[in-house]
Ligand binder design. Structure first.
Ligand code: DER
Length: 226
């Protein structure tokens, strides 16, 4: 089924949190794209917005929507960050990284005063894992050893993400390994343990990040405050 209508309805609801003069954290992916396009209407109506993008793709779209982009070296007084997710559990813990932008997304999400997550209803899960592997960003130096350490810790299979037959490279020049786990019982504990493996740059586990969750469902839009 085409889920874009649900993503768009969540994106339009998120506009309620956007005020003139704000600095916005702009996520990456198809749901974030719906939000950024919706922002274009606010800018066209005269709203002044600045933004921090989490990927080149998002930067291009934000620029086209008339949002003034801050650069890497600017101060980032981010009022609201808005992004999608690959999975959301009942405690608002997320798996993100399906689009490969998790490092910049996590930096922006935690920099923001408020972090809003937009999803369609299919992203809600009773527990993380199972239907979506956990993306982990690793530096390429010794990545096979890093991958083995992750497999030992998680007792799961780790697969190097590829694109067009070559290793996928993040915008920071790193690699992503996708970690297939049947169930992540304690995502906070797992995230902490993973961060002790030196080759790991960042994980796709967003624990205690989301402040607001907006869900597009066949019964309408549901908003939850964490
Ligand atoms: O890669 C990412 O982190 C994306 O934000 C992902 O979590 C959601 O992508 P989607 O909105 O296209 O489903």
């Amino acid at each position: 089924t085409d889920l874009s209508a649900y993503k768009r309805s969540a994106a339009l609801t998120a506009l309620d949190y956007v005020k003139d003069g704000m600095v916005l954290g702009l996520g990456t992916g198809s749901t974030a794209k719906e939000f950024i396009m919706a922002l274009g209407t606010k800018v066209a109506a005269g709203m002044k917005l600045r933004g921090v993008s989490t990927s080149r793709e998002t930067a291009t779209l934000a620029d086209r929507s008339g949002i003034v982009l801050l650069d890497d070296n600017d101060h980032w007084p981010i009022d609201v960050a808005v992004d999608g997710a690959d999975q959301v559990d009942p405690s608002f813990n997320l798996i993100k990284g399906g689009g490969g932008a998790l490092l910049k997304e996590k930096i922006v999400a935690v920099s923001a005063k408020q972090f809003i997550v937009l999803i369609d209803y299919t992203k809600r899960v009773p527990f993380l894992g199972k239907t979506f592997p956990l993306p982990i960003e690793v530096i390429s130096f010794g990545w096979r050893n890093t991958a083995r350490a992750i497999e030992a810790l998680t007792r799961s299979r780790v697969v190097l993400r590829e694109q067009a037959g070559a290793p996928f490279r993040t915008e920071s020049g790193n690699l992503i390994v996708d970690t297939h786990m049947a169930r992540i019982d304690n995502p906070r504990e797992l995230d902490a343990a993973l961060h002790h493996i030196p080759g790991i740059v960042e994980t796709g586990l967003f624990i205690d990040c989301a402040d607001v969750l907006i869900v597009g469902t066949p019964q309408g839009v549901e908003t939850y405050h964490a």
